[in-house]
Design a protein around this ligand. Sequence first.
Ligand code: HH2
Length: 281
Amino acid sequence: MERAMHPLTWRCGAYEFLLARTLVMGIVNVTPDSFSDGGDHAGTEAAITHGRRLVAEGAAILDVGGESTRPGSEPVSVDEELARVVPVVRALAADRIPVSIDTRHAEVAAACVAEGACIINDVSGFRDPAMVEVAVGSGCGLVAMHMLGEPKTMQAEPRYEDVTREVGAYLLDVAMRLESAGVDPERIALDPGIGFGKTLEHNLTLLRDTADFVAQGYPVLIGASRKRFIGELTGVEDPKERLGGSVATALWVASRGAAVVRVHDVAQTVQALAVADALGA
Ligand code: HH2
C-alpha cells in the first residue's frame, strides 16, 4: 500500500529499501514453542523451505528467530539459539534474500551478520551495550522495539499514564542512543512492540496511534500478526485462525504509514495490501 508519509529509505547493509510502499516481513521461527506456529518449521531444512516459500509469496524481508519471546516464555541458551538460527540465516542470505535476525543476544546477532543477515531486530531495544557495539559495526538495518521488562514477566500488570507518549519517548531515546554510538539514522526503524507488556487497550491505542509513531521520522515496523489481542477481541483461541484480524491490522497500520509489517501469512497480506493500494486506501 502506498504510504501516507513521504517515501523514506531504510539502509540495511547491502540492501536499501525504498519505503514508498509498506513492505512485508515474513516470519521464520526456528523454535519449538512460538505462540503462533511453535514447532511447525523448527528443523533447519523446514525453516529454510518455509523462508523460501514466504519470499515466493512476496515477502521483502525474512525475520529469522530462534528464541520465542511470547509472554511467559523461558530464555534459551545462546548456544542453542546459535545452533537454531545460523544455518538458516546462512542458507537464506546465500539466496540473496534480505534476512533479519530476531535476537536479544549480541553473540547471536554478530554470528548472523557474519553469515549475511542485513537487519538486527532486537525486541529488547538495544539495552545491552554489547548489542549496540555489534549494531554499530555491522552496517545493518536495526529494528528497535519497545518491551516493558522481560518476556517472562512483561504481562504481569503493565501500566502506563499515556502509552503512546511513553512508548514514543522510549523509542526516540533508543534511536538517539544508537545515533550517539555512531549509527546512521537511516539505518534505524522503530517498533512499539504490540503485545510486549501491554493490555488489550494499550495495544489498540498504540495501533490507532500508528501515525504518531510515523511522525517521529523513522520507519515504523508493526508486528501484530496472530497476536493475543486479536483473540481477545474476537474470541478466536487458535493463533493460526487469526488471519482475518491479522490482515485487517496490517491494512490499518499500512494506511497510517507503517513502513514494514511483520507477518506469518505473507501471501494473504501481500494480496490485501495490493488491493487496498489499487483502491487508494
Ligand atoms: N513479535 C514477536 C517476535 N519478534 N519483533 C518485532 N520487531 N516486533 C514484534 O512485534 C515481534 C518481534 C513475537 O514473538 P514470538 O512469540 O516469538 O512469536 P512470533 O515470532 O511467531 O511472532
